[in-house]
Design a binder for this molecule. Structure first.
Ligand code: KIV
Ligand code: ZN
Length: 502
């Protein structure tokens, strides 16, 4: 059996579909490029028919990605399949991903179709898709709550109609690893021709077993795992790519197979996605949480000092976390800074380097020690100052038990726009002043998050805000050692994104 497990990343489709995880076009393209660098085999770029915006982003991703397949999701109907094909047709390796539910619950209540009609639809839709594109994936939605004989018939029908990949999703995160293992084994033993196609697993995390179930699928013979960066996705999310990949790598002798992921890109990819959706990982999140490689208990520290392998099964360098061995400070030259950024896994052009350099030197005036996390935060937040409005100045007055006041000056082209406003606290006052300047383009702010990039009370504070105008939601980000400034920068960044969209 093939030892290569293909990684199908659906961050831009199943992940983006989750509340609070929406992304704009530029953000999707940036993530897609990073997924390509990470080495994912297939990027599911979206669900082309779901909106013109989705169509466009799938089409653009299909045009820029060269080393990964690009897939679009489609329901098992001709219009969806045509639209998916239109969106991916210019990709170097396009794929149409057709899905139809096969569980009694879905067939009866959602599709209102009989089992015979479902089989007929699978046959017609997959064979139609095959006339457009050679690479067709069929997913039996809610496969794990489907009757196993019926699922085998559905899978067999899809293979006979030309599917190159058959996906067995646990759509509602219901099963256990043992059940997944026996279901995949059952299919291998029952379905004719299954050995000629890739069997995929796609597990949701409702009971916290998505990664374990995916790995059980691999153990049973599945050679495509569908997952998302940081495990984002519908409800409790999808299997986390970084966990699946590191389990395959760390336990290679047990699984007997491997992915082609460049694990050194994991940390960077994870940060990019968190940055874009405006969240941070739980500290104990496997692989990428702040504590994933930390040892606090004395007995553990003692063991690790004696020999790392006592308590470490992976090393941080494997996922691209480097040690702070080069001290960056106010006297560092551009070369040292360029080397450091490269060592952290980033590529850049001369203009970008000039801007990072300026920001890092500026930061070294405010902060005693510059950490790798500070540098990464600056690099990851590079586009924050782009857009029609630019913060020129603010002046805030705040004290306990009284209303705060803030004056904000924004530059728009050659004009300086200034407003003053009151508010419940300095941030509210500043945001009210910005709303006055920008004509209230932001209709709603759904979330405000602040976190510190490194330790110490001179740390950089990163603020992310989710902002909505009409049907568009964006994430604004701001970074500064002054948390009021980072709050204002985040809001201005969100306003700039909204202004370019509505
Ligand atoms: O969870 C699911 O079943 C899906 C399918 C569309 C593959 O996302
Ligand atoms: Zn899903």
């Amino acid at each position: 059996m093939d030892t290569h497990v293909k990684i199908f990343d659906t961050t831009l489709r199943d992940g983006e579909q989750a509340p609070g995880c929406s992304m704009n076009l530029d953000e999707k393209v940036e993530i897609a490029k990073q997924l390509e660098l990470l080495g994912v085999d297939i990027i599911e770029a979206g669900f082309a028919i779901s909106s013109p915006g989705d169509f466009k982003s799938v089409e653009i991703v299909a045009g820029v990605i060269k080393n990964s397949r690009v897939a679009s999701l489609a329901r098992a109907v001709q219009k969806d399949i045509d639209t998916a094909y239109e969106a991916v047709k210019n990709a170097v390796s396009p794929r149409i991903h057709v899905f139809l539910a096969t569980s009694p619950i879905h067939m009866q209540h959602k599709l209102k179709m009989t089992p015979d009609q479902v089989i007929e639809r699978i046959k017609n839709s997959v064979s139609y898709a095959k006339t457009l594109c050679s690479d067709i994936q069929f997913s039996a939605e809610d496969a794990m709550r489907s009757d196993k004989e019926f699922l085998a018939l559905a899978v067999q029908t899809a293979i006979e109609a030309g599917a190159a990949v058959v996906n067995i999703p646990d759509t509602v995160g219901y099963i256990t690893p043992e059940e997944m293992y026996s279901r995949i084994r059952y299919l291998y033993e029952t379905v004719k021709g299954i050995e000629k196609v890739d069997v995929a697993v796609h597990c949701h995390n409702d009971l916290g077993m998505a990664v374990a179930n995916s790995l059980a699928g691999v153990k049973a013979g599945a050679r495509q795992v569908e997952c998302t960066i940081n495990g984002i996705g519908e409800r409790a999310g999808n299997a986390a790519l970084e966990e699946v990949v590191m389990a395959l790598k760390t336990r290679k002798p047990f699984f007997g197979c491997e992915s082609r992921i460049d694990t050194k890109q994991i940390n960077r990819t994870s940060k990019l996605v968190y940055n874009i959706i405006g969240h941070t990982p739980a500290i104990n999140k496997p692989i990428i949480g702040a504590n994933a490689f930390a040892h606090e208990a004395g007995i553990h520290q003692h063991g690790v000092l004696a020999d790392k392998s006592t308590y470490e099964i992976m090393v941080p360098e494997e996922i691209g976390i480097t040690k702070n061995n080069l001290v960056i400070g106010k006297h560092s030259g551009k070369h040292a800074i360029a080397d450091k950024i490269r060592e952290l896994g980033y590529t850049f052009d001369e203009n970008q380097l000039a801007s990072y350099y300026e920001k890092i030197i500026d930061l070294s005036d405010k902060k005693k020690f510059i950490t790798d996390s500070d540098i990464e935060a600056i690099v990851n937040n590079r586009e924050m100052s782009e857009g029609v409005y630019k913060l020129e100045h603010f002046d805030v007055h705040t004290s306990m038990n009284s209303t705060s006041a803030c004056v904000v000056k924004l530059r728009k082209g050659n004009e300086i726009l200034e407003e003053v406003s009151l508010g419940q606290g300095p941030i509210n006052a500043a945001y009210n002043a910005i709303d006055k300047i920008t004509g209230g383009i932001c209709e709603e702010m759904n979330s405000y998050n602040i976190h510190s990039i490194s330790d110490g009370n001179d740390a950089l504070g990163e603020v992310t805000v989710k902002m909505r105008a009409k049907d568009k939601t964006v994430t604004g980000r701001g970074l500064s050692t002054d948390i009021i400034e980072s709050s204002i920068l985040a809001y201005v960044n969100g306003i700039n994104k909204l202004s370019s969209m509505v």
